[in-house]
Design a protein around this ligand. Structure first.
Ligand SMILES: [Zn+2]
Length: 274
């Protein structure tokens, strides 16, 4: 569930606190969360390295370490990070603890789907193919009408499915795609090839707006996501459709509908969205 705004929030909160600090210990409470290399090798390799940067790409977070090592966090549906003082007890769903000079970084993951990877010397990992096949993030200038048009025109797929496609809209997930489609007045189940140029332009603007507003509000806390200090984000206060099924639309009062989209779901207002 953490999407671009949530991972960006985690990045901004961690960076000033852990930069230039040394990794003192790594403890795995669930070995399967470490996807590469083996948990013991992972922990041994990061020990005594310093954090030289904290960066983000789409929904991935990176701790860049000395000696060209890089820890990659892929949060999937319910992963989060919390930063606590030393000697704080692990939380209910803490799967990995990384002690960083004065702090403990808890990787919490109720559903145990999120994963950690360690990359060394810029080598590529075949299991991370999603990372090497990312499209543009809506917040960059190059993500414009032309870019989106070229990616959706003539396609039979439903527009919502294309917004969730990371090779088109990097960092976008269920929350921000539902909200952007609402703001653009487009039903999520419409076929992409039926979306007009004018609607596409509106969608591009809406995507940029919701993602930016999500970042400005420290992300959306509706289920598992919390900020690194355990507090909630704020963007849930501004949602129109995500998680609002059966509630009246804030604009027109019509009941928000929950619809299936493959194995995902989507919400929309049948009156405001055409
Ligand atoms: Zn409505």
């Amino acid at each position: 569930m953490p999407e671009l705004p949530e991972v960006e929030t985690i990045k901004r909160e961690l960076k000033p606190k852990i930069i230039n600090k040394k990794i003192l210990a790594c403890i795995t409470l669930r070995d399967d969360v470490i996807a590469y290399p083996k948990p013991k090798a992972f922990c041994r390799a990061i020990l005594n390295e310093r954090v030289i940067d904290v960066t983000r790409k789409a929904k991935y977070l990176f701790l860049e370490l000395t000696n060209e090592k890089k820890i990659i966090f892929h949060f999937r549906l319910s992963g989060t990070l919390s930063l606590r003082k030393l000697r704080t007890k692990p939380e209910r769903f803490t799967r990995v603890i990384i002690k960083i000079n004065g702090y403990q970084l808890f990787f919490n993951e109720p559903r145990v789907l999120g994963r950690l990877y360690l990359l060394q010397n810029k080598r590529r990992l075949p299991i991370l193919k999603g990372l090497y096949n990312l499209g543009l993030e809506p917040i960059v200038d190059e993500f414009d009408l032309n870019y989106v048009r070229n990616n959706i025109k003539g396609r039979k797929a439903k527009i919502k499915a294309l917004l969730l496609d990371q090779s088109i809209c990097a960092g976008v997930g269920n929350i921000y795609s539902d909200e952007a489609l609402f703001l653009a007045g487009i039903r999520p189940l419409r076929r992409a090839k039926r979306i007009t140029i004018k609607e596409t332009a509106k969608l591009v603007r809406s995507l940029k707006d919701v993602i930016k507003k999500g970042i400005d509000n420290y992300g959306t806390s509706v289920s598992d996501y919390h900020r690194t200090d355990g507090k909630d984000g704020n963007f849930q206060k501004f949602l129109y459709v995500y998680g609002k099924e059966d509630e009246p639309c804030r604009i027109c009062g019509t009941k928000i509908i929950l619809a299936k989209l493959g194995n995902r779901s989507t919400r929309y207002c049948p009156k405001c969205q055409k």
